[in-house]
Design a protein around this ligand. Structure first.
Ligand code: ADP
Ligand code: ASP
Ligand code: MG
Length: 408
């Protein structure tokens, strides 16, 4: 029988305490017993990354990105070593390795680096020695030997990229829920587990806030057509298969609903309505390394207009600093920030062929007296910015309205 290579990623909640680390170790060992080569990617213990981030922000609200990476990468270094100890204790040979040690080469963009290549020699050597390889997720090393991290949720990306580099037979993502649900099961208890979802739909769900998978990891899985099995580390149940296309998939207009509370809205009042102004504003913001999401600019009748846009809450201070700097030179009006917003989105590739789906979303929100502040649409999603206090309610009523609680 040819030996199979399996890549397994265990998220923070799966290794939140010693008992859970031991549970993961036994699971890994059982795969090894079935004569498979096992490469494990592990996230930092529980909420370690959030805690490290909070420590940094307590010192400086705009901490230097290079030092953030030095700090954040420690979480995964600790968990990989602990997990290797637990596996060894069960009588199996294991070795923990950092991103740099396994040859994960990235660009130099600290805190959201992109993987350029993986030189998997060291992993292959360890596998030949019959070792279980435990890789610290979420990190790599740039050409100047600086440690980088891959953006929040980046251990998913480590796993997918390693599955590609090693040509793995299976890539499993273990988490604290049974798979991908129609919406966050913590918000809607009637949410249903989806048996199959396409890379395209999962990418949209992840990009719009379904925390369960990092969007960039799905981008890579889609690009190289890598099927992913998302499942629970606490049960043996089959989870969700993320695949390119599957005949078994239900034909529905809306596959899932997401809610993202991590954005803030910035409004610049009284901006001169003339060519080049938006370019100046958004060039300055992008030069500061800030990603902007939705942008809304009103038509002006007075030669001045308001521009609103959303950024990640984490980038809000930096954004305000940048915009206020520009505002002094260019005579804008007030710059106002609103952190109490949420993005609620409906997603489904069936939206291409069903009309009236967006209108149904707007009507459903209107019937519950929920005001829509911004709207964006793509072929396969409609997304509304609303008051954060009403976000969970919005998700619940939309989930019901689109019959996502019922088996199709
Ligand atoms: P891990 O620590 O394993 O990486 P995360 O906390 O990053 O896990 O992601 C799992 C969480 O994602 C779940 O606990 C769940 O609350 C949340 N989530 C949001 N949307 C979804 C969804 N559509 N399906 C499943 N989980 C979701
Ligand atoms: N520990 C990192 C985070 O919390 C990476 C990950 O868990 O995937 O974002
Ligand atoms: Mg995660």
């Amino acid at each position: 029988m040819t030996k199979k290579l399996i890549v397994q990623k265990f998220g923070g909640s799966s290794v939140a305490n010693i008992d859970r680390i031991k549970n993961v170790a036994s699971r890994i060992a059982s795969y090894k017993q079935h004569n498979q080569d096992v490469v494990v990617v592990v996230s930092a213990l529980g909420d370690t990354t959030d805690e490290l981030e909070a420590l940094a922000f307590a010192i400086d609200p705009t901490p230097p990105d290079r030092e953030m990476d030095m700090l954040m990468a420690t979480g995964e270094q600790a968990s990989s070593a602990l997990l290797a100890m637990a596996v060894k204790k069960l009588g199996f040979d294991a070795v923990s390795l950092t991103g740099a040690q396994v040859g994960i080469r990235t660009d130099k963009v600290h805190t959201k680096a992109k993987i350029i290549k993986i030189d998997a020699k060291r992993i292959r050597k360890a596998l030949v020695k019959n070792q279980i390889v435990i890789v610290a997720g979420f990190q790599g090393v740039a050409s100047d030997d600086e440690i980088t991290t891959l953006g929040r949720g980046g251990s998913d990306l480590t796993a997918v990229a390693l599955a590609k580099a090693l040509n793995a037979d299976v890539c499993e993502i273990y988490t604290d829920v049974e798979g991908i649900y129609t919406t966050d099961p913590r918000i809607v208890k009637e949410a249903r587990k989806i048996s199959h979802i396409t890379h395209e739909e999962m990418l949209e769900m992840a990009a719009l806030g379904a925390q369960v998978m990092q969007a960039r990891s799905i981008e890579v899985a889609k690009k190289y057509n890598i099927p992913l099995h998302v499942r629970s580390s606490f049960s043996k149940e089959e989870g969700t298969m993320i695949v390119q296309k599957n005949e078994k998939m239900e034909s529905v207009a809306v596959r899932g609903i997401t809610c993202n509370k991590s954005e803030a809205k910035v409004t610049i009042r009284n901006v001169p309505d003339k060519p080049g102004i938006a370019a100046k504003i958004f060039t300055a913001i992008s030069k500061a390394g800030i990603n902007v999401d939705t942008i809304v600019q009103n038509v002006s009748y007075t030669k001045h207009t308001d521009i609103s846009f959303t950024v990640s809450k984490k980038d809000l201070e930096k954004t305000l600093k940048t915009v206020k700097g520009l505002s002094k030179q260019m005579n804008f009006g007030d710059v106002v920030a609103d952190k109490d917003i949420a993005r609620v989105s409906i997603i489904g590739s069936g939206m291409r062929s069903h009309c009236g789906v967006a209108a149904k979303m707007f009507q459903t929100l209107a019937d519950s007296k929920i005001n829509i502040e911004m709207i964006t649409t793509s072929e396969i999603n409609t997304s509304c910015i609303i008051d954060q206090a009403l976000a969970d309610k919005a998700v619940q009523i939309l989930h019901k309205k689109f019959n996502l609680d019922q088996v199709a």
